[in-house]
Design a protein around this ligand. Structure first.
Ligand code: ARG
Length: 469
């Protein structure tokens, strides 16, 4: 049991208490960030004359060495240390003796852990954004290929009006684009450095917080030391954004599962992304899509869990906050894993144009257009609606589509119908006439695709990197 404290204690910590309190099993995940933060802290201490140049050099060199050894697996992070901060400091002291003991000057584990978690989350947020961008690229590719792949659009899971596959994929493009915007937003709000806040009330050393913030790639230091050590808003925001990502993925998975079913057969998922049955030899199951859908609950759970943990905590730091880590790590790993897998799955899925097209023909997806035809010939819309309702009823009795009725049969219901109706309600016409911005008509779709392409060409992370240089 290696602890950073103990001077004022007369008894050993109970073993169960030690285990209950320790966080090394999970906070070792950010050992790199802990070292990075310590190196920045030490550089700042030297710049301010609080440490000598020699002391700084010795500490930085040793910290970098610890990093390399952990990375190489020659230095193991073991549970004899309470947390990752204790592990690093103990190792440093073992190497440097007295000089190592100066590392923690003007710092508390409270601002240290606030920094580590923020550095870790910031990188994970950027990585998640990158994964979303990969998914958007695949979506755009499918959209470009399928502007004339006609399929039924649904409401209430009932065939409604014909659309195109490009249009359907475009809906998801918008969702994931908003997800990226949310991440960027969170990044902008969270990118302030808590280091230098001490335990809660700052410190008496003349720290240069602007300098540390700059070294660590932050916009600047946070402005209230009590808030700095107890702010976990950015984690809750990130979990909320991840929940939204998962909700979108889950809806998409649900559709892929439906489309992959024997009844729909709109898609064929690649063998590499499907699994078989131990008993039924014919089965090829969409397990990956189902798992992504299933894992959504885990991420939602993390969000609710952290919101609940935070709700009754008085200022400033309290140990409850240690609970932020395991669930956040799990949610991030889950969401990132799901994003990567889903992108691969989508990229390898084959779309059956013919099946989609055939499905659009059934289910009277052109009934609205038949009514619009009558309206163009002077029939008030409500009357046209009733007439086409009658047409549909006739078709249902005969089990055929509107286009299958003869002109004589149609005219028996309304004399307004002429031979040009068939052209007016063909699937192609139905789609092509929908040219309002955001609609499936090819010209409208091409316009949107050009906008999405331009959006993908500019990268906010790239811009962010450039402004930092
Ligand atoms: N392991 C702790 C956490 O994750 C680090 C901060 C400890 N601070 C303290 N005052 N006990 O929150």
């Amino acid at each position: 049991m290696a602890q950073l404290w103990g001077g004022r204690f007369t008894k050993e910590t109970d073993r169960l208490v030690y285990n209950f309190n320790a966080s090394i099993s999970f906070d070792q995940k950010f050992y790199k960030q802990d070292l990075q933060g310590s190196i920045a802290h030490v550089r700042m201490l030297a710049k301010q004359g609080i440490l000598t140049e020699d002391e700084k050099e010795a500490i930085v060199t040793a910290l970098e060495e610890i990093g390399r050894e952990v990375e190489a697996g020659t230095l193991a992070i073991t549970d004899e240390y309470e947390d990752i901060h204790s592990f690093v400091e103990a190792n440093l002291i073992a190497r440097l003796g007295g000089v190592g003991k100066k590392l923690h000057t003007g710092r508390s584990r409270n601002d240290q852990v606030a920094l580590d978690m923020k550095l870790y989350t910031r990188q994970e947020l950027l990585d998640t954004d990158g994964l979303l961008k990969d998914l958007l690229k695949v979506l755009l590719k499918i959209m470009e290929e399928h502007t004339s792949t006609i399929m039924p659009g649904f409401t209430h899971l009932q065939k409604a009006q014909p659309i195109t596959l490009a249009h359907h994929m475009g809906a998801y493009f918008e969702m994931f684009k908003r997800d990226r915007l949310r991440l960027k937003d969170i990044y902008v709000r969270m990118n302030y450095c808590p280091l230098g806040s001490g335990a809660l009330a700052g410190t008496t050393y003349p720290l240069d917080r602007d300098y540390t913030a700059k070294l660590l790639g932050f916009y600047g230091p946070t402005l209230n030391s009590m808030d700095s050590v107890s702010d976990r808003d950015y984690l809750i925001e990130f979990l909320s954004a991840l929940s939204m990502v998962m909700m979108h993925l889950s809806r998409f998975c649900e559709e892929m599962i439906l489309w992959n079913s024997n009844e729909y057969q709109f898609v064929d998922m690649d063998d590499a992304y499907s699994t078989g049955s131990s008993i039924m030899p014919q089965k090829k199951n969409p397990d990956i899509a189902e798992l992504v859908r299933g894992k959504t609950g885990r991420v939602y759970g993390a969000l609710i869990s952290l919101l609940t943990t935070m709700k009754g905590i008085p200022l400033a730091y309290n140990k409850d906050m240690q609970e932020d880590k395991e669930l956040t790590f799990d949610a991030i790993d889950t969401a990132k894993g799901c994003l990567a897998l889903f992108t691969g799955m989508l990229d390898t899925t084959r779309f059956h144009r013919e099946r989609m097209r055939k499905s659009a023909n059934g289910g009277f997806t052109n009934a609205t257009d038949a009514a619009d035809y009558l309206v163009h010939h002077g029939v008030p819309f409500r009357d046209a609606h009733a007439i086409v309702g009658q047409v549909v009823l006739t078709c249902l009795e005969k089990n055929i589509a509107i286009d299958d009725l003869s002109l004589v049969e149609l005219q028996a219901i309304s004399p307004v119908f002429e031979a040009d109706l068939y052209e007016a309600i063909s699937m192609e016409t139905c789609v092509e006439k929908r040219l309002t911005l955001g609609a499936p008509g090819t010209a409208a779709m091409e316009q949107v695709i050009a906008l999405e392409r331009a959006y993908l060409a500019e990268d906010w992370q790239e811009q962010e990197r450039r402004t930092k240089e």
